[in-house]
Design a protein. Structure first.
Length: 262
């Protein structure tokens, strides 16, 4: 069984028409390939919106949302409830068999508290275990899995985990053939054109030279980390290029990929 992991950003989910188009593209991809699909999603814009309505201040450090108990409750409501079910509903309407779950369900995602050198991030975790067996069983039944990154701590507490990190961990644990980060840009750009392929060695100079900059840097870092950990291929792509082999495809290059026991 071939598994493909798709990471959808929370900002993209808030764009009108995105989810319906995404669902239609995924249905077409599923009809054309034998791959099983696991979708990991965020919900950042919706979380920030609900925090503002409740009078809670959103604080980010190095792109990570500082999460106290009140903010954790908001994140759970948005991620495991609102955002998750929007995606599931759209997939079901295309005829796919979709199931929405969080990392807490079945203990699928186990984490520990994430440490930061200067700030207590609160209830922010980092993944240490993935129940690949359960994900693979669900995928084997023909179910398209929609996974919220809310995760269960080894200490029994609930944590919010960065969606990119969850997608990488899930791809690695399940032996996924490809990990796609769906962005609002078509890929890594140089002089306005998408760079179709990059190895890890080729990518670092582009960051140093400023060709890769701003919000693209964490996306590229996540793709490279997935490759380094053992995922065969990672791609940054927009919705239009998702089903048409578009975007920038990252591969390890000769001799650079870490050997990982599964």
């Amino acid at each position: 069984m071939m598994i493909r992991v798709l990471k959808i950003g929370g900002n993209e989910l808030s764009d009108p028409g995105f989810v319906d188009t995404l669902a239609k593209n995924i249905a077409r991809m599923q009809a054309e390939t034998a791959e099983s699909l696991i979708i990991v999603h965020g919900g950042g814009r919706a979380i920030a919106g609900l925090q503002a309505q409740l009078g809670l201040k959103a604080i980010k450090v190095d792109g990570l949302r500082v999460t106290n108990l009140e903010s954790l409750s908001v994140a759970q409501m948005v991620l495991s409830g609102h955002s998750n079910k929007i995606v599931v509903k759209a997939l079901l309407e295309t005829g796919l068999d979709a199931l929405g779950i969080s990392g807490v369900d079945g203990g699928i995602l186990r984490c520990r508290k994430k440490q930061h050198p200067t700030t207590d991030l609160g209830y922010v975790g980092e993944i240490v275990q993935v129940r690949a067996d359960l994900l693979q069983q669900l995928a084997g039944l023909g179910i398209t899995i929609v996974l919220s990154p809310i995760s269960l701590g080894l200490d029994g507490l609930t944590y919010n985990v960065n969606g990119d990190e969850v997608a990488s961990a899930v791809a690695l644990a399940t032996g996924a053939t490809e990990l796609d980060f769906v962005s609002n840009v078509p890929g890594v750009l140089r002089d306005g054109a998408v760079i179709p392929k990059l190895t890890a060695i080729e990518t670092e100079p582009l960051i140093v030279d400023g060709i890769i900059s701003g919000g693209m840097i964490p996306k590229v870092r996540a793709a490279l980390e997935a490759i380094h950990q053992g995922v065969e291929r990672a791609r940054i792509v927009n919705l239009a290029g998702l089903a048409e082999a578009g975007g920038t495809l990252f591969s390890a290059g000769s001799g650079t990929r870490k050997k990982v026991a599964r």
